[in-house]
Design a protein around this ligand. Sequence first.
Ligand SMILES: C[S@@+](CC[C@H](N)C(=O)[O-])C[C@H]1O[C@@H](n2cnc3c(N)ncnc32)[C@H](O)[C@@H]1O
Ligand code: SF4
Length: 416
Amino acid sequence: MYTARYKSHHDASRSLKKKFTLQIDKEDYLRTKLAQPTDESLVLYLHVPFCNKVCSFCPFHRPDKLRRRTYHEYLLEQIDLIKDLPYMRSTVNAINFGGGTPTALTPLQMDIVLSKLHESFNISKDAEISLESSATELSDEMLDVLVKNKVNRLSIGVQTFQDETRQLFGRRGSGEHAAARIKRALDYGITNTNIDLIYHYPGQTENMLMKDIEVIRSLGIAGLSFYPLMIHDKTPLAAKITDADRMDLADMEREYYLHDIIVNELAKDGFDFLELNKLVRNNLDNYEYMSLRHSVGSCVAIGEGAGGNIGEYYYKHSFEDSLVSDSVPICSKGRIVDPLYRVMDAFIYDLQKTKVDLAEYSNKLSINLENLLNPLIVKLEENAMLTRNGSIIKLTTKGRFWGNNIIDDLVRLILV
Ligand SMILES: C[S@@+](CC[C@H](N)C(=O)[O-])C[C@H]1O[C@@H](n2cnc3c(N)ncnc32)[C@H](O)[C@@H]1O
Ligand code: SF4
């Protein structure tokens, strides 16, 4: 049914925001919103847009104008700008640091930023405080700072434990060292530790994949995000690989075969899907931050390149753009969307979590989705990608593999 696999949800969902944009005065909307605390969820996202070493496969944008050594001061300034707004007195339910590599900050800088967050905001006692890191940056000194500041979830970019491939990927340190740092994080009590793995790369044999799986098994982590290698133009890896490699990587039967090995092998250890590319062991991680971002509420964006929303105002923060006004110290490059956008966003996230109740969304969108989507659903059932139980549709393992294509098709039908 499909040949080219979308690795993230594609054009249809990307164009959603544009389609649902409302022409409402941003300043009025935000001033009213920020003038009082909210009962809705509030999460913070902090972005650190650089790394200590750039990986050969990563297209990640690093603004040259950043003063890296004093970047933490920029974060502190941003926190100072917003912390006294009445809205920011609301309970903060989750905090996430992403990048880049947030732990490219020094332990001292990280301590200063985390302490500032605790001083400035009303962070719930059981808030998920999550951070992306590479294994190399997780020194004991860094772990001390994280634990002291109540960081309770980690997402560690490992990519592979195979030394040869680590070299190809430009990752620092050996696989053994990476495994030791992950164990150390768990020993420090951060039980909700997750790792990122890349599979289906040039030269990967089943044996190499099985070796990665064996290490994963031995660690006792909470979850695993697994991505097939994507070759992005202008990366060092794109210049290095051959046409034959590209042909191999385009072989979706092979990719499905490797995907299946990961899913089936780790199922023996209690791993099951949380999202399309994410397995979780014994429900140890429910990625609260991500769930909250796709529900009602706000995600306040802090740092260069951070994306967020305040109610229906969606924006990306950049030091190059002006603020809305002195009394609304939020980046002005954003748009206000119709509340229906958020319903569609939640629908897509449910599908990412592999299950959706069509009756629920028919109600919220005032469309009969079961009728509208029926021809496609029947086709997906015939192709063993989906099962249906009443109004609930659920992706099969094959459907999860093609999940982003399926989401794209379903969203396209709803939007016409
Ligand atoms: C934005 S990175 C942040 C993680 C962290 N900086 C690290 O690598 O240690 C998130 C994850 O996306 C995945 N990723 C990035 N580029 C990729 C590519 N070209 N192909 C497949 N996965 C990729 C990697 O697994 C990476 O850990
Ligand atoms: S994969 Fe992670 S560490 Fe590597 S360059 Fe990209 S963001 Fe940085």
